[in-house]
Design a protein around this ligand. Structure first.
Ligand code: SF4
Length: 104
């Protein structure tokens, strides 16, 4: 027998399942390879200390994916999807020339 309480419980469970699925999908996204053509074009490196500073003079120490507005994570995680690379995961310590400081 379905009661209103059963319905609410089911709705809450399916919402939690959908959220878990979304989080798993983000975690399952492929990791961006530095040799990916788009990564090469934008100078992506998984470790910002390896930025080619001669080629990208706009890079400033302290800039990293973790504090870029495109980094798709609300909490500190080592990797998260970046929409500029089709949702592939980039490193929190990474950087590319599309870097844009996240609003405080
Ligand atoms: Fe990292 Fe931002 Fe470049 Fe994405 S756009 S790879 S988050 S620096």
């Amino acid at each position: 027998m379905n009661t209103r309480r059963d319905f609410i419980r089911l709705a809450a469970l399916s919402g939690a399942a959908a959220l878990a699925h979304r989080q798993a999908s983000a975690a399952d996204a492929p990791v961006l390879d530095e040799k990916d053509p788009q990564a090469v074009a934008l100078g992506y490196v998984a470790d910002a200390t390896r930025v080619n500073k001669a080629k990208y003079p706009n890079y400033a120490p302290g800039q990293a994916c973790a504090n870029c507005q495109f980094y798709q994570a609300k909490t500190a995680v080592p990797m998260a999807p970046c929409p500029l690379y089709g949702g592939k995961q980039v490193a929190a310590k990474g950087w590319c020339s599309a870097y844009a400081k996240k609003a405080a």
